[in-house]
Design a protein around this ligand. Structure first.
Ligand code: G3H
Ligand code: 13P
Ligand code: ZN
Length: 307
């Protein structure tokens, strides 16, 4: 088993009309839960870590942990930097053994986004590492930057951006957003924009961030056992499935795993007040993550038997 980049995965996903799940992790239980589900479904997968996850776990610990778990569980996976903030961070991850990086220049002005993406692509490609960039702005908070409104990706600009940077995949803004509170009213995604990008960039892999469905049962379990999460709303599963059948080859999900793990741990603690072995409650969290990922492969991604 080895860490692989995303090139082959995306080619097969595009041709097969499915997506690869990209799941954020920052600890052992999340990692094992994701990989165990992918092993059971024989599914390709991207394990991703943000800058804050890397500073939580330690970069070398993270890389070695992902390599070892991939080997032990028996699933090839990509290890990807999520929302890389600058060239230095991308380089640090590439040098440490990540097989894929995102350089997120979406909040910069267009020419600056082109320049920084190009710089990362030039370095990454010498190391056989694939690169994702982002064009357009998702509403909500991404890292330390907050935007109240979506700035949808412009299809003609996407073509220019891909041609000038040579980036391997592109995250676009079509109405999703990060976190558990995505829509105030009815959920709406701009499939017309995705369709236009697909027409103008044939066979090019598109990435969807902010794609958690926010399972209402997980929210209810959190709240039943002492949580306080009100008004949470995610992307409807059928919309994600439709995007997977189109040019979207990578779907990012973090919130759904966080909610499932928190719900399971809250429930376990409430029902087992005498227990204080962390393996028991973290194990319940790990099982919950595994179940979420099994469900994603079956209902959202369509990536069963893609390994
Ligand atoms: O898009 C952001 C991911 O959900 C990672 O979040 O920065 O809290 O690790 P984080
Ligand atoms: P969610 O918050 O919808 O899970 O999105 C995660 C994400 O896009 C990570 O990059
Ligand atoms: Zn994201």
């Amino acid at each position: 088993m080895a860490l692989v980049n995303t090139k082959e995965m995306f080619k097969k996903a595009y041709e097969g009309g499915y997506s690869i799940g990209a799941f954020n992790i920052s600890d052992l239980e999340q990692l094992q839960g994701v990989l165990e589900a992918c092993k059971e479904r024989n599914s390709a997968v991207i394990i991703q870590a943000s800058k804050s996850a890397i500073s939580y776990a330690g970069i070398d610990t993270l890389v070695e942990m992902v390599k070892a778990a991939s080997e032990e569980i028996g699933v090839d996976c990509a290890l990807h930097l999520d929302h890389g903030p600058n060239f230095e961070m991308a380089k640090k991850c590439i040098d440490a053994g990540f097989t894929s990086v995102m350089i997120d220049g979406s909040h910069l002005d267009y020419e600056e986004n082109v320049a920084i993406t190009k710089q990362v692509v030039e370095y990454a490609h010498t190391k056989n590492v694939t690169v994702e960039a982002e064009l357009g702005v998702l509403a909500g908070t991404e890292d330390d930057v907050t935007s109240d409104v979506h700035k949808y990706t412009e299809p003609d600009q996407a073509v220019d951006f891909v041609n000038r940077t040579g980036v391997d995949s592109l995250a676009i803004a079509i109405g999703t957003s990060h976190g558990a509170f995505k829509f105030k009213g009815e959920a709406k995604l701009r499939f017309d924009i995705l369709e236009e990008i697909q027409t103008k960039l044939p066979n090019y892999p598109i990435v969807l961030h902010g794609a958690s469905a926010v399972d209402q049962d997980a929210v209810a379990t959190c709240n039943q056992f002492g949580g306080d999460i009100a008004g949470a709303k995610g992307v409807p599963v059928e919309m994600l499935r439709k995007a997977s059948e189109m040019a979207v080859c990578k779907i990012n999900m973090d919130t759904d795993l966080r909610l499932a793990m928190t719900a399971a741990i809250r429930k376990f603690m409430a029902e087992n007040p005498k227990e204080f072995d962390p393996r028991k409650y973290l194990g319940a969290g790990r099982d919950a993550i595994k179940n979420v990922v099994l469900g994603k492969i079956d209902t959202v991604l369509g990536s069963k038997d893609s390994l």
